[in-house]
Every structure is written in C-alpha cells, then in structure tokens.
Design a binder for this molecule. Structure first.
Ligand code: EPU
Length: 282
C-alpha cells in the first residue's frame, strides 16, 4: 500500500510520498516488519499523528510505520491508573480521562498528537510535561524484543526522552481523581490560551524551534521583526513568531529556507542558535 504522503498526512500538509506505508495489526506483525526492514536494510520511520514533522519534497525513502490499529489504541482504566496505547490520540485520551474524573493531563489539550509522539517528545507546556505522569512504558526494540521500562530508567527532558530508540507499545500513567467539571474547565482554559496565542489559521507543525534556556524562540523571532516574512508558500505567522504556516502550497524547501533565515537573524541579533523542535524526514 503506498498512499501515505506528507502533503496529505501531516498537519503541515507538506512533502512527498513514503516509499512504503504499513500499519501493523499487532505486536507480532510489528516484529515481522522490523525483521524485514533489518534483513533488507530498509530505513524505518515511525509516524504518530504527523503533527511535529516536516517531510521533504522528495518524500521518505523507507517504510513509514503507523500504529493505529485497535491493538495499539487501547485505553484501560484501573482506579487512578491508566494504560494508554501508543496510537491513542491525545484528544481521545483527554475525553476519556475527563469522563472518568481523572486529572493530570489537561495541559495536553489542543496538542494534535498521539500518546507515543507525546512521550518521545515529552510534550507539554512550561512547567508540566507528560513525562511527569509516567510510571512505566512497554516498548519493542528494533530487534523485536518487548521490554518494560520502569520509571527509574526513563529520562525525560525539555522536548526529549530516552524513548526514541524504541517503538512504544503502551504507557502506564498515574492520574488523580478530581471533579469532572473542574477537569472540563481546566481543559477549556488551556484550549482558550492556545486559541488566543497560537496560530491555527493555516496548516503548521506547531512550534518550529525549541525555546532556548531562559527565553522563548517566538519572542526572539518577533524581536527580529520577522513576523509575516514569506518565502514561496511558507510564511512566519503574524500572530506567533515560532509558527511557520503553510500559507499557499508551501514546499519543504520553502520552510527550510525560512528556518535558515530565522536561525541566521536570531544568531546575529542575540548570539543564540535556535534548535529545531520539529523532526525533518527524507
Ligand atoms: N511571544 C512574543 N512574540 C511572539 C510569540 C510569543 O513576544 O510572536 C512571547 C509571549 O508574549 C510570551 C512568551 O513569548 O510572553 C511565550 O509565548 P507562549 O506563551 O506562546 O509560549 P511559547 O514559549 O512560545 C510554549 C511551547 C508550546 C506550548 C506553549 C504553551 C515550546 C517551543 N513551545 O510556547 O508548545 O503550547 O508554551 O504555553 O516549548 C509546541 O511544542 O509545538 C508548542 C506549540
């Protein structure tokens, strides 16, 4: 099956096709695909919701793997404990936890990602990240072995974790009981903050750069006077400096040129080197 392409299946709506696209049914099928990829030396790229990624214009020269079958999307509640499959969308996770009266994940509201994507990137907002709630994670290594990683061996940093060398199967999270209405209101608050401060008017990949220590990439880009700057079909948001929008049929090349310009200008003005937050494939 070869119908996955960046221009259709990422939130940026940019990029060429995957050479192969596979959705395994369960962990046994996943293991078979890994064995095939190893044997024939085909690069593997695991995609989540396609929300933090820029696919090159020529596409992805390997297998794009997506864990979206029901096996990878289970949600199992047990008191204040939750087991969440890697392919569960964060919006679905929030819906379910709110209905159960379980609090802790509200800050994820509005992030268009999957559980696995959020764990690998340690998604969050300043002061709160998903890593803080994780008790253990079941993963498969690239040799097909299933492993349980306990809290003590997990390392979460600012937009990083030590999970990227594995394929995440599911995560066990510890939440706390709270009134459903309070959870609902908190979610609405976070969604409203995003609506007011971020730019969802056109396709994007969310924040493009990581925040440097002690400051914000968006603020620095803003202070360089770059908001609204356009190259080809890509444009720096007028609302938030750290958002690049696919204004009109942008190519990955347009975005990369704009990122390069931002890095140079911020370096020149502040002597700070911005680091991309998004993944770039192909
Ligand atoms: N600011 C400006 N000009 C701009 C944009 C922002 O001056 O054009 C200022 C704001 O006024 C504010 C500060 O910069 O004082 C921070 O802005 P904001 O609250 O929008 O937060 P951020 O640091 O830009 C971070 C995360 C977001 C997350 C928000 C939630 C990073 C790179 N970004 O953004 O995450 O949603 O906090 O508060 O850590 C993402 O990871 O993709 C992402 C969007």
């Amino acid at each position: 099956m070869n119908w996955w392409r960046g221009s259709e299946h990422t939130t940026f709506k940019i990029g060429g096709p995957a050479k192969f696209f596979i959705e395994p049914k369960d962990s046994a099928e996943l293991r078979l695909i890994l064995a095939y990829a190893r044997k024939y030396k085909v690069p593997l790229f695991v995609i989540g919701a396609g929300s933090n990624i820029l696919i090159s214009d020529k596409g992805v020269g390997g297998i794009v793997l997506r864990l979206r079958s029901p096996y990878f999307r289970k949600l199992i509640f047990n008191g204040e404990h939750l087991e969440a499959g890697s392919g569960v969308m964060l919006s679905q996770l929030l819906n379910a936890t709110q209905k159960q009266g379980l609090s802790g994940l509200e800050f994820l509201a509005g992030i268009p990602g999957t559980v696995a994507g959020a764990l690998i990137m340690n998604a969050g907002i300043p002061g709160e990240t998903i890593g803080d709630l994780v008790e253990e994670v079941w993963v498969m290594d690239y040799n097909g072995n299933i492993k349980l990683l306990k809290k003590q061996v997990l390392k979460f940093g600012y937009r990083t974790s030590n999970l990227s060398k594995y394929i995440i199967l599911n995560a066990h999270l510890r939440l706390v009981k709270k009134a459903k209405l309070a959870i609902k209101n908190k979610i609405a608050e976070y969604l409203n903050y995003r609506r007011m401060n971020q730019d969802i008017s056109k396709p994007s990949a969310g924040c493009i750069f990581k925040n440097p220590k002690g400051t914000q990439a968006g603020r620095l880009i803003d202070l360089c006077g770059l908001k609204g700057k356009r190259i080809g079909g890509a444009c720096i948001s007028k609302r938030h400096g750290n958002f690049i929008l696919n204004q009109d049929k942008a190519t990955a090349g347009d975005v990369l040129k704009l990122m390069d310009l931002i890095i140079k200008r911020v370096k020149r003005k502040f002597n700070i080197t911005l680091e991309p937050e998004i993944k770039i494939w192909g």
